[in-house]
Design a protein around this ligand. Structure first.
Ligand SMILES: Cc1cc2nc3c(=O)[nH]c(=O)nc-3n(C[C@H](O)[C@H](O)[C@H](O)COP(=O)(O)OP(=O)(O)OC[C@H]3O[C@@H](n4cnc5c(N)ncnc54)[C@H](O)[C@@H]3O)c2cc1C
Length: 423
């Protein structure tokens, strides 16, 4: 049956998450540094007790399906939960749902051997360690076929050389999952690379420098250099040549969660804007009474609802049994719209708060910058637009004649024939 209502049994959980995030988790954003810095004594003191409450409530690390050892909430519920987690920088890690660990645990659950699961997946799901996912290289991010970091086999080991770029949380990570070329001559370029699990501290793996951007509490995106990094063959994740397939496995769910967290950030900007426009007066009336301000409020509300529906519809389709490959058009559509929604909503919020909106007292400039982050990470917008267009057009048949088949006089003639109209 059609319904846009939340599952009545799940609604109390969402309400609990909402209150918990607003009252207990959001304050952490103002006093702690990077949320991946899990060995900071203040993290132990302030975050661990909140994680314990989440575990006791049965809401910890909900992203894995039952076939992968998780509770199996499904994508729709996960989307609704991420909409709450995203209201705070610390929301995801308090619920065991932070990137890149969610995606990494998904691919470990899918592809790891039992030994690898024991060593890497278990502590990752318990947040005893955090992890890093490293594909991008300095010479090419959006084109994975340009990757050059390579491994050669040497007895029971692989020896890796190359450079990686924008490897987020590399310093905090207990291990890296890294895409490395192992068979440069493979018939399909998509079978050239394999995935390796590399322990933090492996000799030859050096962090050249961390990069950061406006609004982040610390610089955590690493430029890595690998010089004769030796890993045992047992450190390969999945089969040789399987890296692209593995990477695809993690990206669908991850993009959806990211979308709902982005929606949460945009929604916070909107809530603040609404409060401001009914509070501030100019020329004898509230900002909310100015028609141009009303247009901005209306546009924002509609844009948020449209985006939310697109994400939830995609999540719902995933719950109907469609895999991420079958849903690539929808997922890429979500990824395409996400940066624009955040950019528009955060920019309007900044502008309607006047000079105050631009200052460090309010988060809008950070969120505008974050819109560029979400437009780049996991592939730039243009690449996802290409996917949407390709998928939309792939089954469309070309018209062999000079003129389109839908000219009015042709359609009218066909209709007359169909209905036996002769006059
Ligand atoms: C905050 C953040 C965190 C990240 N974390 C990680 C991480 O943990 N691990 C990891 O491996 N990577 C990570 N990345 C890297 C990210 O995946 C790349 O930035 C992204 O794939 C784009 O690659 P690039 O930066 O090299 O840009 P380029 O590939 O140089 O692209 C630059 C621009 O060129 C245009 N462009 C590129 N390709 C096309 C095309 N085919 N058609 C039309 N226009 C195009 C787009 O405008 C694009 O923005 C992160 C990035 C950011 C911003």
């Amino acid at each position: 049956m059609w319904s846009f209502a939340n599952d009545p049994e799940f609604q109390p959980e969402l309400d609990w998450i909402d209150t918990f995030v607003r009252e207990e988790v959001q304050p952490l954003d103002y006093v702690l540094g990077s949320q991946w810095n899990i060995h900071d004594p203040e993290f132990e003191r302030l975050v661990r007790p909140l994680q314990a409450q989440v575990k006791a409530r049965g809401l910890w690390a909900c992203h894995l399906g039952p076939e992968l050892g998780g509770p199996g909430y499904g994508q729709l519920k996960l989307a609704l939960m991420n909409e709450k987690f995203g209201m705070s920088r610390f929301g995801p890690i308090v619920f065991g749902a932070q990137a890149p660990d969610t995606g990494n645990s998904e691919i470990l659950a899918h592809f790891a051997t039992e030994e690898q699961k024991e060593k890497y997946l278990k502590p990752l799901l318990a947040n005893e360690v955090v992890s890093c996912f490293s594909m991008t290289e300095p010479q090419g991010g959006a084109d994975p076929l340009a990757f050059e970091t390579s491994a050669v086999r040497d007895g029971d080991d692989w020896v890796i050389n190359g450079e990686k770029w924008f490897a987020s949380e590399a310093d905090a990570a207990g291990f890296y999952i890294m895409m490395v070329v192992t068979d440069p001559e493979a018939a399909s370029p998509y079978n050239r690379a394999s995935m390796f699990i590399i322990d933090q501290g492996t000799p030859g793996l050096v962090n050249v420098r961390n990069y950061g951007f406006y609004g982040e509490p610390e610089d955590t995106h690493a430029h890595l250099r690998l010089t004769d990094v030796r890993v045992s063959a047992s450190q390969m994740l999945g089969e040789p040549g399987q890296a692209f397939a593995i990477a695809q496995t993690r990206l669908g769910g991850g993009r959806m969660h990211h979308a709902m967290r982005t929606l949460a950030q945009a929604t916070r900007a909107f809530e603040m804007t609404c409060e401001r426009v009914v509070s501030r007066t100019t020329k004898g009336e509230r900002l909310a009474d100015k028609q141009l301000v009303q247009a901005s409020i209306a546009d924002t509300w509609v844009q948020l609802r449209q985006f939310r529906l697109l994400v939830l519809e995609t999540a719902w389709m995933a719950d109907q049994g469609k895999d991420w490959k079958a849903l690539r058009k929808n997922v890429s559509a979500v990824k395409t719209v996400m940066p624009k929604v955040l950019n528009d909503v955060a920019s309007r919020a900044l502008h309607l708060h006047g000079a105050l909106g631009l200052t460090h007292e309010l988060p809008f400039a950070e969120w505008v910058i974050n819109s560029f982050h979400v437009g780049l990470a996991d592939g730039p917008t243009e690449v996802h637009q290409m996917v949407v267009a390709r998928e939309v057009l792939k089954d469309v048949k070309p018209e062999p004649n000079m003129f389109p088949s839908y000219l009015r006089h042709d359609l009218a003639e066909q209709a007359r024939v169909k209905f036996g109209i002769t006059a």
